[in-house]
Each structure stands twice: as C-alpha cells, then as structure tokens.
Design a protein. Structure first.
Length: 443
C-alpha cells in the first residue's frame, strides 16, 4: 500500500509492504528506507538487501531480478529505477502529479497517477504510451498481468460505477470494458497467466472473476452479508484454482474456482424439494444481479488473523498464495503471517505455520553481516539471491535534471540492458535522467 494515496500524514514506521510477482520475495518500505526479504524458507525471514536513508512509500521488484522501482514519500512525483546489487540508478523520471502505484512485468512498467497512466517499455525504460484523462483514481487502483504474452492492464473505467477497462499494453489498444459491479471497484488481481481477472467493489460483499480478454463472467463469490467491508487485496494461487481476499476485518477468505456440479445427493421430498428446484431453474430468466444471489459460491477456507481488536485501525498490504499452497499475509501491524491452506475437498480453517516480525534496522544489519561472513548456510538463498549483498546500501545518487516540468533531457540510453527474463541480471552502464511532461507524449 502507498501512503501517498491516504489522506493525512503517516503515523507509523511502515509505509508499504508488498510481494513481487511470483511471491518469492517481500518488499517493505519504511520512513528510514526499504528492505528486500527472501521467502524461500518460511522458517526464517531472510533479508536480501537493505537501503537506508529515504522515506520509501513504493518499492516494486521485477520477479527475482535486481531491478527495483522506488518512489519516496518526500518526492512523490519521481520514479527511480535501480539495480540494487550494484547500487546503481538506471534512470529516473518525474511526472506531473504524485505517483500512486507502480506495476511491473517482463515487458512493461506502468506508472499510475490520479488521472493518467504511463506505459514504459521495460527493455529501455522509454515511455511508449500514455492513457490520459482516466476517471479520477485517488487510490491508484490498477493491475498488470504478470504474463508477458498476455500483458493486459486493468484500471477503473468509471469513478461512479464498477466498470473495468482492459488495455493491451503490447499492442497499445483498449480491449474491452467490463461492467463488473454497481459500486466503484476497490481491488483487482490477474492470475499468473493473465487470462482471469478478479474484482471487488467498495461494498465488499461480492467478488467476481472474469475471463480476459473477452470479459465473460466466470465465477461469483460472496464474502458475507452481515456487514459491508473494505476489501483491499485479492490474489490468485499459482495454478489459478484458488482466490483469496482480505479486508479491514480479521478474516481472510479463500475461494475455490471450480464449476458447481449438479447435486447428486437425494433432494428433499415434498414441497421444500419442489420449491428448491423451481428456485434454481428460475435463475435463467432473472436479471443478472438477482440471479447472482442464487449462484454465488461460498469461501472454501478462511483465516482468522491474530489481534482482531487492532484490525479496524490497520491496513492489509500484501496477500499471496505460494506454489506450495501457503497463504502469506503481510500486515501493517508489522508482521508476516504464513498459513497452511487445506488440501482436502472440504476446506476449513487454515492453520498458522509461522509469523515473522518485519524486523528493524539493527536486526537487519546483524542478519546481513552474519550472512556475508558465514562460510556455510543451510538455508542459503539460491539463484539470484545467492550472491552476498552489502550490509547497508546508500540511496542511489540523483543526477541533475531540469527543474521545470515540460523539458526532456537528451541523454544516451544505450547503457540500459534488455530484460529478457525475470531471473536475468540487468547490465547497466549509465543512468539517464528524464522529466516527463503530459504535453510531450501523444495518446
């Protein structure tokens, strides 16, 4: 979550908590910098990198690469793209208004402002398209498919209703408009393949799943009817068979994406049995809003988070289902909760496996120092995270840039290497600066 889109000044230490695209790392932004953690081992929250000295309200990682996108609360209009292992800044861009959210996949980088969206080509970081005059989007709500082949972008199509605009970021064209809810949307999420999109409205009682890009409705799930809540996070499992939703309550719901089978058990005889069959058959002739009531699925499994008394005063920032069917919930109370998801058909309550405190600066430095001096590590992070990292990274140096919006530096971008896969290392030689102006980019 980005505190730049919340009214008032932040009162806590944590400014943002979120997962990367494949749930292999956790990124935590604070008033003193940011920390990157590996999620390779649930028994220990392993810090990979720590950067001190800046108030970071947005930090995003491209899969397991060294590419980071960072926004500071003190400079909310400036985006810095960095190579964290080399401690270098690849480029930085300034925008007309505050950056509310950043989204990444292997082909595109999306910058969301309140009334516009900038689409960057991630291979050279150039702006290739801008969507201007979007409906007022104070929360920076948008979602980018993690799949490079189905690189679709979802953003609100209306500020008054729950319309969702689907945009093809590869071919740079609008694909379809989905009328998902009657109330404005508050949460989106694509599945791993970019073929499904889940959504929730500000009412918070119903969650819908649509196919992409045709926009056909696939599933309708009911979170509850006792009270309206604010849903702030949706996430699919890696196989797209489960969908989880968190809100400003203590309960996280997990839904199973499967077609409802015809009932094989013996139906009640008499008047009640007749009434039930007549009621279900009538849904084919009822308006969609009414038919939804009879076809909604209930949650397959639930999680009840600790400390429910403090829930109304905190946000849930991150929600993800790992490949091993474990639910990871990162909260603004400063903890990462890890739960086992039931593997049986009946579902039920999820068991808490581990909880980790999002540790402070002193503990991070000690952990990184021990990691770099240790000769053997039984739980060493593999692949991209296996290399030693500095104990503390200084913020990337900002080079000079035009002070007035509307000018663009003529700089050489040949130092930007092509990012062909999430695990590949970016090889960079120069750090260009640019100022982005809405008047210099055509729709």
């Amino acid at each position: 979550m980005n505190l730049a889109r919340v009214e008032g000044e932040p009162t806590g230490v944590l400014y943002s908590v979120n997962f990367n695209q494949d749930c292999t790392s956790l990124l935590v932004g604070t008033k003193n910098g940011f920390t990157l953690y590996s999620l390779a081992n649930v028994d220990k929250l392993e810090p990979i990198y720590y950067c001190a000295g800046e108030d970071v309200c947005i930090v995003e990682r491209l899969f397991s690469s060294s590419l980071l996108a960072v926004v500071n609360l003190s400079s909310p209009r400036k985006l810095k793209v960095c190579h964290f292992k080399k401690g270098t800044e690849i480029c930085n861009y300034s925008y007309p208004n505050s950056i509310l959210s950043i989204r990444l996949n292997r082909m595109r980088l999306i910058v969301c402002l309140e009334d516009s969206l900038y689409i960057h080509n991630i291979k050279d970081m150039k702006v290739i398209h801008m969507i201007k005059d979007t409906p007022k989007n104070q929360n920076g709500l948008c979602s980018l498919s993690p799949n490079s082949d189905n690189s679709y972008l979802a953003y609100p199509g209306s500020s008054q209703s729950g319309e969702i605009q689907i945009f093809d970021t590869l071919n740079l064209r609008a694909v379809t408009m989905i009328s998902a809810h009657q109330s404005p949307c508050v949460a989106f999420a694509f599945n791993v393949s970019g073929t499904k999109l889940s959504s929730a409205s500000e009412k918070g009682t119903v969650i819908r799943v649509y196919s992409v890009p045709d926009g056909q409705r696939l599933f309708v799930f009911r979170r509850g009817v006792k009270r309206c809540v604010s849903i702030n996070s949706l996430a699919f499992s890696h196989d797209s068979m489960l969908l989880c939703a968190s809100s400003n309550t203590e309960t996280v719901h997990i839904f199973k994406l499967e077609e409802q089978e015809e009932a094989t058990q013996e139906e009640p005889a008499g008047w009640m049995g007749y009434f039930g069959r007549a009621l279900m058959s009538s849904t084919n002739y009822l308006p969609s809003q009414v038919a939804d009531v009879f076809t909604q699925g209930r949650s397959f499994a639930t999680v009840r988070l600790p400390n429910p008394d403090s829930i109304p005063n905190r946000y849930f920032w991150g929600l993800s289902i790992s490949k091993t069917l474990r639910l990871l919930v990162a909260c603004a109370d400063g903890y990462l909760y890890i739960y086992d998801v039931p593997s049986n058909e009946q579902g039920g309550n999820c068991n808490l496996v581990k909880q980790h405190r999002l540790i402070g600066k002193d503990e991070i430095e000690e952990s990184l120092e021990n990691k770099s001096t240790s000769t053997s590590e039984p739980d060493a992070i593999k692949s991209d995270d296996a290399k030693p990292v500095p104990k503390e990274g200084s913020p990337p140096t900002e080079s000079s840039a035009p002070s007035s919006v509307g000018q663009v530096d003529s700089v050489d971008t040949k130092g930007l290497a092509e990012v062909s896969a999430a695990t590949s290392e970016l090889k960079l030689s120069e750090s260009p600066n640019k100022i982005i102006d809405s008047e210099t980019i055509t729709d």
